[in-house]
Ligand binder design. Structure first.
Ligand SMILES: [Zn+2]
Length: 374
């Protein structure tokens, strides 16, 4: 997710805030301070409304982070590493480095979040009861937080993928059918269905209660978001399943010719690509690797400049490359590429570059394989 900045680490997990989060933070704070509290407690002063509103809003987002942290820590204990947690307009999301490979791990990880929200909700309700006679604003804050955490738990338990409930649902389907692919497909269909229901519900709400059109619009937006993430995460899950067990050696481009950085692009294209059919090149000077050149690099140069552009200016320099091993998992290599924002990595064995792995090439091989059904 772009447009997010890091706030540091909690338990070794990077914690990030997306800019869209500020919109929802302001909306929640304003609606609490100007609507909810004044309506429920008409005798408070204006500063009390605002202070309570801001404190409630901050604690609400702390609750959301705790929910995601519960997923992350349980995930980690079950062998699913979580890299970061991002807060954005629709809540929080934990970024796993990969999907669960066992249904038990997915079940526990998915359930941890809603359970944490229920526990937090229960604790706030307890505070509410304890503080009722002591401080009305604090008791009111605790009551709202108790409610919202229960709502959060219940919303997340809706059995549509990729909501937590959808993941629980998938892990159960997976457990009883033994078929990960089919379980994912069914959970995804239900997830998209839930999204459509939210959209329809939101539109109906806008017509029934025109005065509260915003609630309907918000519900429809959540529905739109749910259908979108269901489709995106289904695509990702399928792509990850296709890559499971594939090694770098299976998809790398071997035998990349060695060329010099001074060579022009048109020479490379003429002599090596058109005539030799090569896809990748190792650029070396004085027997030292300076970088790699791929078709992607060449495509980024305007065709008119091919006669003058030198390989050394167009290649991906060695500093931007991180070598991988031939028996590395392609899935983790692709994740590293995403993390570093690169699309090629040299493959090294015993200190020697033996080939190149290229993102687009991996995609093409997978596509060909799926068409051949192998
Ligand atoms: Zn969750």
């Amino acid at each position: 997710m772009g447009g997010a900045f890091s706030l540091g680490r909690i338990f070794g997990i990077q914690f990030r805030i997306h800019y869209s989060w500020f919109i929802i933070f302001v909306l929640v704070t304003v609606s609490l301070s100007l609507q909810y509290f004044p309506y429920a407690y008409p005798e408070w002063s204006a500063p009390t409304y605002w202070l309570t509103g801001i404190a409630t809003s901050l604690l609400f987002f702390t609750s959301v982070v705790t929910h995601e942290l519960a997923h992350s820590l349980v995930g980690r204990a079950n062998g699913i590493p979580v890299r970061s947690i991002t807060l954005f307009i629709f809540g929080g999301v934990a970024h796993m480095t990969r999907e669960a490979t066992r249904h038990g791990a997915e079940f526990r990880m998915a359930l941890a979040g809603p359970l944490a929200s229920l526990v937090i909700g229960g604790l706030f309700f307890l505070f509410h009861l304890l503080l009722q006679g002591v401080s009305e604003p604090v008791a009111a804050l605790a009551f709202w937080l108790a409610q919202i955490n229960v709502v959060l738990a219940l919303f997340n338990l809706i059995p549509g993928f990729p909501l937590d409930g959808g993941r629980v649902f998938r892990s159960l389907l997976w457990r009883f059918s033994g078929n990960y692919q089919r379980a994912t497909r069914v959970a995804f269909e239900v997830g998209r269905g839930v999204g459509y229901l939210f959209i329809a519900g939101g539109i109906i709400l806008m017509f029934i209660y025109p005065g509260r059109w915003f609630n309907g619009l918000w519900l429809a937006f959540i529905g739109l978001f749910l259908t979108y993430v269901a489709t995106a995460s289904y695509r990702q899950a399928r792509w990850q399943a296709a890559l499971m067990g594939v090694k770098v050696a299976d998809v790398m481009t071997a035998n990349c010719p060695v060329i010099s950085p001074e060579m022009t692009i048109s020479r490379v294209v003429q002599d090596y690509i058109f005539l030799g059919g090569c896809q990748c090149f190792m650029v070396t000077a004085e027997r030292e690797l300076k970088g790699i050149l791929t078709l992607q690099n060449i495509k980024s140069v305007d065709r008119k400049a091919w006669d003058t552009a030198a390989v050394g200016e167009v290649m991906t320099p060695v500093e931007r490359l991180k070598a991988v091993q031939p028996d590395d998992e392609v899935l983790s290599v692709i994740e590293q590429m995403e993390e570093y924002g690169i699309s090629q990595m040299p493959v090294a064995s015993e200190g020697r570059i033996i080939g190149l792995i290229d993102r687009d090439n991996v995609l093409r091989i997978l596509y060909t394989r799926s068409r051949l059904g192998v």
